[in-house]
Design a protein around this ligand. Structure first.
Ligand SMILES: *Cc1c(COP(=O)(O)O)cnc(C)c1O
Length: 848
């Protein structure tokens, strides 16, 4: 027998309406007063429902609700929180007007932000790790800053898996269906207020997609869901599982995200100006945009492509090419052939945009994204370099430094700051310190906070962490069936006074969680030093298919047991936002040891640093930019080695030495008042550098400045006068192409060749000849490319036409020498108009 599920909503008293309204806006996730209001209703229950206010309210018995509605103290507090919320919304409205005035970014210029996973809160488990958390933080901050963003993602039926550790120390995955109707989720509505649905075709079969909406302050996130009764079972399950392993399903998911997402925006009458593809999973949005521009606005393929490029921002996060999204090209063809041919485009031409090099077997979504985005970025300075290398073959005519991939280093949202520190910062920096993002003068004040106060707040956080760990372990153990005997020892598990080191992140091999276990005897000695005891907390999920990752979990548990250090080496199951939050609040040291070039940015260390936790990390990702010698520790010893084995040897050696001689020393050196002053000074340096440079406010400011505003300007110029500039460029492109094959640089020389001694500041004269034939020189730009500073910097100098005879133009320029060392130069010809290059990327000829 099958029973159809229906959900019946509770009736609630009129004077609690605001409570329900508050519950339905994720703003509560970053307002401690709102959270405290819900805690107050029933702390135990609130924890049990993963701090989800909607579920809390629907789990309350009728009598409790009635009691609340006549509890004058409660109603008073509700009124206060409601006012805070209204003030927040008003503040954001004012910011929106200000943004519009300053940058001309108004509601009509919204930015659609596409994502595969989204980590807003532990009660909405549609995220797997850092990428999802970043999206959640981004959406919260877009509201804080009044940026007109609308998020687009998928609503999964099963949350990302829960991690359980079996009796043998092996990870087991459990997929739990979560109750959609019990999270702060509403039906998305069209402008006529009917529920929004999207129609799609998947391999000739009709698919109906339901659109949900989540409110995050002023920002909306829409989530697509295929699990509705109108769909056959084999299509209903498209949105069942995040990062589903079955490639066919995964492709279907990404078609729903990209194409369905675009259509959902249309259905809701949202016409974004810009499209931000956050990671390439949503690359198929460009297919829906081609449809819209070609069918709806009658643009040709090249026109549509130019418009799409001008308005698309692509952010890549994955530092290994193989880890990037790709499919067998046959599979993609099966799903997209009809759609593409219906546009009058040859499928072969389209497909080429997903290929890399000569390989026609794999269709790469990042390649498609890059080719349709004028604005591409990696997520840290180091990651920009890695990304340029990975995708260099998409830019065969560009030297690596010039590959148009920028970077915006990731950051974290203020909501990662603990309540104690939030209050402390508000008192010393002013309550709007969090909005100050990259304002140095606000964060400078952290140095004014008395040492005792910072230390005391930090100790409070540690005293929250220890019972949290004990309770969690007790309940995890009970769930595995052995509560009592083990339970007794729990009281002695961890000590809030001990130096506490945390390693919490996904257990992927490259993160090297077991690096610190390299010399177990030595580690045991360090941990059990009677004068300077240290404890270690690990947490993190291994991907279900990653046996090596799972094995590392087991190694840690085995070490704790075999070396008799179970009281000070613990593993916390089921790393999620809630576990992360407690750890980044209550650790002393945050350990991070990814292998070289493998971390896009990393963000958990930033969350920790904002709470006064000190980073001990290899110089990778964000830490390579932040570390300044005074704000934490860098593990650098491996840098001289290429062999992983030698490298790890040196790195672990350095970690042990730092722990023994520097970190424990500093932590336990107390003044008369029991305060480790040198440590606290380092905490302040760390808070300062991260608050100032690695907040999500700074990230959004960067996106706005480096990507959104330039994109907006470019797009406007393109669209002006009904695409006049674009149409002109198309005419010019034809002309350029007509002559292109014959264009040739026949001669290049500079007086640098004739001098035997060049020094900085001297002037170099260069000249070249270009065979143009019949072509007008105006169609082309001839320039000198100059590479200096160990190939890290470059300049381009326009060359001036001085004479033209029998089809050959003679060009000259002069420039001054920068720096010293081995340098490079050459000349090249490009189309004169940037727009022509946009229409036809890769039109460059160098002197052989
Ligand atoms: C912050 C966070 C991450 C990402 O941390 P990294 O430092 O990038 O590994 C992953 N998972 C959770 C739950 C987080 O809170």
């Amino acid at each position: 027998m099958i029973l159809r599920k229906v959900f019946v909503y509770q009736e609630y008293p009129e004077n609690l309406m605001k409570l329900y309204q508050l519950a339905y806006n994720f703003w509560w996730a970053w307002d401690y007063q709102a959270l405290n209001l819900f805690h107050r209703i029933d702390t135990q229950l609130f924890r049990e429902v993963d701090h989800n206010p909607v579920r809390l309210l629907y789990s309350l018995p009728k009598e409790r609700i009635e009691a609340l509605s006549s509890d004058r103290g409660f109603l008073f507090e509700l009124g206060r929180v409601w006012e805070r919320f209204q003030e927040y919304l008003k503040y954001v409205d004012a910011l929106k007007r200000e943004n519009n005035r300053l940058y001309g970014i108004g509601e009509q210029d919204s930015i659609a932000y596409f994502m595969m996973e989204c980590g807003l809160h532990e009660s909405l488990p549609i995220y797997a790790g850092g990428l999802g958390i970043l999206c959640g933080d981004y959406l919260k901050c877009s509201s804080d800053m009044g940026l007109p963003v609308i998020g687009v993602g998928l609503l999964y039926k099963y949350g990302y898996f829960d991690q359980r550790i079996g009796v043998d120390g092996r990870q087991v995955e459990e997929y739990v269906e979560f109750e959609n109707h019990l999270v702060p989720l509403k039906e998305a509505r069209k402008s006529d207020s009917s529920p929004a649905y999207v129609d799609m075709t998947i391999l000739d079969q009709a698919l109906k997609v339901k659109v949900w909406q989540i409110d995050i302050g002023q920002t909306r996130l829409i989530l697509l869901d295929t699990d509705i009764e109108d769909n056959p079972p084999h299509l209903r399950d498209i949105t069942h599982e995040l990062y589903v392993a079955d490639k066919r399903k995964r492709l279907q998911q990404e078609l729903v995200l990209g194409i369905g997402g675009m259509r959902a925006l249309d259905e809701m009458d949202v016409a974004p100006a810009l499209f931000h593809l956050n990671e390439a999973h949503s690359a198929f949005a460009v297919v829906a945009r081609l449809e819209k521009l070609m069918k709806g606005e009658n643009l040709s393929f090249s026109e549509a492509r130019a418009v799409i490029r001008a308005s698309t921002i692509f952010t890549t996060h994955t530092p290994v090419r193989a880890g990037n999204e790709n499919f067998e090209s046959e599979l993609v063809r099966r799903y997209l052939l009809g759609t593409i041919e219906a546009l009058g485009i040859s499928y072969g031409d389209f497909e080429n945009l997903g290929f890399v090099g000569d390989d026609r077997e794999a269709f790469w979504l990042p390649a498609l994204s890059i080719r349709f985005s004028r604005f591409v970025n990696g997520v840290s300075r180091q990651h920009r370099g890695v990304t340029r290398k990975i995708w260099a073959s998409l830019f065969p005519e560009r030297p690596e430094v010039e590959i148009p991939i920028q970077y915006v280093t990731n950051g974290v949202h203020q909501s990662w700051i603990s309540e104690t520190f939030d209050y402390l910062f508000s008192r010393y920096m002013g309550p709007d310190y969090v909005r100050m993002g990259a304002h140095e003068d606000a964060w400078n004040r952290v140095f004014d906070i008395p040492d005792e106060e910072i230390w005391e707040e930090h100790r409070k956080n540690k005293r929250i962490l220890v019972p949290f760990v004990r309770e969690k372990i007790a309940s995890d153990l009970a769930a595995r069936g052995f509560p009592e005997s083990k339970g007794l020892k729990l009281a002695s598990l961890l000590n809030p006074d001990y130096l506490t080191i945390v390693f919490a992140r996904r257990f992927a091999h490259y993160k090297r969680p077991t690096l610190i276990l390299k010399d177990r005897d030595r580690l045991k000695k360090i941990l059990t030093n009677p004068e300077r005891p240290i404890q270690l907390i690990f947490s993190g999920k291994a991907h279900p298919a990653d046996e090596r990752g799972k094995d590392m979990v087991k190694q840690i548990l085995d070490f704790a047991r075999e070396y008799g250090v179970e009281d000070r080496v613990t593993f916390l199951e089921d790393y999620d936002i809630n576990v992360a939050r407690h750890l980044v609040w209550g650790a002393d040291v945050w350990l991070n040891t990814p292998a070289p070039d493998m971390e896009g940015s990393g963000t958990s260390g930033m969350k920790a640093a904002m709470n006064g936790v000190l980073n001990l990390s290899v110089l990778e990702g964000w830490w390579e930019e932040c570390y300044d010698g005074a704000n934490g520790w860098a593990i650098t010893a491996g840098e001289l080695y290429n062999l992983p084995e030698l490298r790890e040897e040196a790195e672990s050696e350095q970690i042990y030495t730092l722990l023994e001689e520097e970190i424990a020393e500093r932590f336990y050196a107390r003044n008369g008042a029991g305060i480790p002053q040198a440590w606290v000074h380092m905490m302040k340096e760390s808070i300062y550098s991260v608050g100032y440079e690695f907040s999500m406010n700074r990230v959004l400011t960067d996106y706005q400045r480096k990507l959104y505003i330039p994109a907006m300007m470019h797009l406007r110029a393109l669209k002006e006068d009904d695409f006049r500039a674009l149409r002109d460029a198309l005419v010019e492109e034809k002309e350029v192409l007509q002559y292109w094959d014959h264009i040739e640089i026949t001669h290049f020389s500079s007086d640098a060749d004739r001098r035997d001694h060049l020094t900085e500041g001297e002037t170099i004269k260069a000249e070249c000849s270009v065979y143009l034939g019949e072509a007008s020189p105006e169609l082309f730009r001839v320039e000198l490319f100059y590479l200096f500073n160990e190939s890290k910097d470059y300049k381009t100098m326009p060359m001036e036409l001085i004479t033209k005879d029998s089809g050959t133009g003679h060009y000259v320029c002069s420039f001054s020498v920068e720096g010293y060392g081995v340098q490079g130069m050459n000349v090249r010809v490009r189309p004169a108009k940037e727009l022509v290059e946009d229409l036809h990327p890769g039109l460059v000829k160098w002197k052989d």
